[in-house]
Design a binder for this molecule. Structure first.
Ligand SMILES: [Zn+2]
Length: 142
């Protein structure tokens, strides 16, 4: 009748001495050993100049919109380096001013038209692209 109790207490005693003898294990080591490279590396591709989006044909539009689309077709690499400040980045996901001219968004957006025409004028007078960007940022940026 007493034997099982004694056995149990002996086991507990034995266990506690074993536990005391062992140094406390660091739990942080297992937390830090996350499986490395669980997700494949993201292909962070920056669009090359050859892969620029094509603006819509200027003759689809009238007036200043037409001029602006013509400018976009003429200097796409310049427009691709410019931010558009009309708010289309949020609503349309446009990355730069050139994106505004790949759909008909810019035709109804005076902001896009003005930016493109300004950029084109500056480009035609020999202004380097980084100067054009600075001008656009200062004139249209917040
Ligand atoms: Zn825009």
């Amino acid at each position: 009748m007493w034997k099982p109790l004694i056995c149990a207490s002996l086991v507990i005693l034995g266990l506690s001495t074993v536990l005391q003898a062992e140094p406390p294990k660091k739990t942080s080591s297992s937390a830090n050993s996350k499986p490395a490279a669980a997700s494949p590396a993201q292909p962070a591709q920056t669009p090359a100049t050859s892969a620029l989006p094509t603006p819509l044909p200027a003759d689809l539009f009238q007036g200043r919109a037409r001029e602006a689309y013509a400018a976009a077709a003429e200097i796409p690499d310049v427009l691709a380096g410019l931010s558009c400040y009309c708010g289309c980045k949020k609503s349309y996901g446009h990355r730069h001013l050139l994106d505004c001219f790949t759909d008909d968004h810019a035709a109804t957006c005076g902001h896009c038209i003005n930016e493109a025409l300004d950029a084109h004028t500056l480009f035609m007078t020999g202004t380097p692209p980084d100067e054009i960007r600075k001008f656009i940022d200062e004139k249209y940026g917040e």
